[in-house]
Write a protein that binds this ligand. Structure first.
Ligand code: ATP
Ligand code: MG
Length: 317
């Protein structure tokens, strides 16, 4: 088993004093792809922001360890500098990261300089190599184009290539394929996979697309109301879910056969994570009388398969 590149322990983070993510613990191994799923407002983006040490998502308690370094022991500046050295980020739309009317060449040079990684003699060779790894052909034309002139799928692959040039070994992707059509989604997913296979880049990918998670992820984490409620190998979580929320989420996906999905009535609570009792209780088809009183913590239920509740487990034949 690979050592953890990134370890998160009992992390609470949010906006102001109110946590939007509570008690989240997991680790990411070298070269691993972890997909995070869950409905809107469950805290997925907030979790990524807190891992990036973004100032808007306040870190309230818990620990993040990058390699051997516990981030709580660093000054704010040192923490942000280490995070930007090690962690790359890809957003849903490239406009969030790039200036749409400046050429990639200029933006790459500026970013590489700010990371002290710009070598004018090697620059074009390095770009050509990075672009070929994410299947961007005609590298010179892409490098001299502005983001607005390229398709969404190409822009996402440029963002992946930049992260490679920066030498970042962990990539955080927030819905990287949601704005793309199905075939382009597949090409970006394949570029993410190639990045892992060829360069060993570990990834945390937030997605609403369970099929994409099934295709890409080694492990899947399910978030609900700011908590990580299930975590395990992709096949275990998606085919043999433990938590009733995971089961409901899977059953809510429409198939191609026109059959109506079971659905998931209601929506996640807006009040943020609770200290006690299960947040999913009011929507849970398997709720019991004692759910309001229990304290929920992620626990190992099966080998390498963790959940805060296992009432969603298949009932025998
Ligand atoms: N900048 C912000 N300031 C204050 N509250 C915020 C901010 N961003 C998110 N929140 C709140 O934090 C909670 C978690 O939101 P977050 O954006 O992390 O969810 P998400 O799982 O990424 O949702 P989505 O799938 O819609 O992107 C929500 O209650 C949201 O309203
Ligand atoms: Mg989000």
């Amino acid at each position: 088993m690979n050592a953890a590149l990134l370890a998160v322990s009992r992390l609470c983070a949010g906006y102001g004093e109110r946590p939007a993510v509570a008690d989240v613990s997991f680790s990411l191994r070298a070269g691993e792809i972890l997909c995070l799923v869950g409905e809107s407002g469950c805290g997925k983006t907030t979790l990524l922001r807190s891992l990036l040490c973004a100032p808007e998502a306040r870190w309230l308690s818990g620990e993040i360890t990058l390699g051997d370094t516990a981030l709580s022991g660093l000054s704010e500046n040192a923490r942000q500098s280490l995070c930007s050295q090690r962690l790359g980020v890809v957003f849903q739309t490239p406009e969030a990261a790039f200036n749409p009317i400046r050429s990639y060449r200029r933006q790459f040079i500026e970013t590489l300089k700010s990371h002290r990684r710009y070598d004018p003699a090697a620059f074009e060779r390095q770009v050509a190599r990075a672009f070929s790894k994410v299947e961007l052909r005609d590298w010179r034309r892409v490098l001299d184009a502005c983001p607005y002139a390229l398709s969404g799928g190409m822009n996402q692959r440029v963002a992946l290539a930049l992260s490679m040039l920066l030498g970042q070994d962990i990539l955080l992707c927030d819905e990287p394929t949601s704005a793309l059509d199905a075939t382009i989604q597949l090409s970006v997913a394949q570029a993410l996979q190639r990045l892992r296979d060829a360069s060993g880049v570990a990834q945390i990918i937030v997605t609403h697309n369970l099929a994409l998670a099934g295709f890409l992820a080694d492990r899947v984490g399910v978030m609900y109301a700011g908590h990580l409620v299930e975590l395990g190998a992709t096949g275990d979580v998606l085919r043999h879910p433990l938590h009733p929320y995971t089961r409901s989420l899977i059953e809510a996906v429409p198939g191609l056969d026109g059959a109506l999905p079971t659905g998931l009535p209601g929506s996640p609570p807006l009040s943020g994570p609770r200290q006690r009792g299960c947040e999913f209780m009011d929507r849970c088809p398997r709720a019991r009388a004692d759910c309001a009183a229990r304290t929920y913590a992620l626990a190992q239920v099966e080998e390498d398969h963790f959940a805060t509740c296992d009432a969603g487990k298949e009932v025998g034949p």
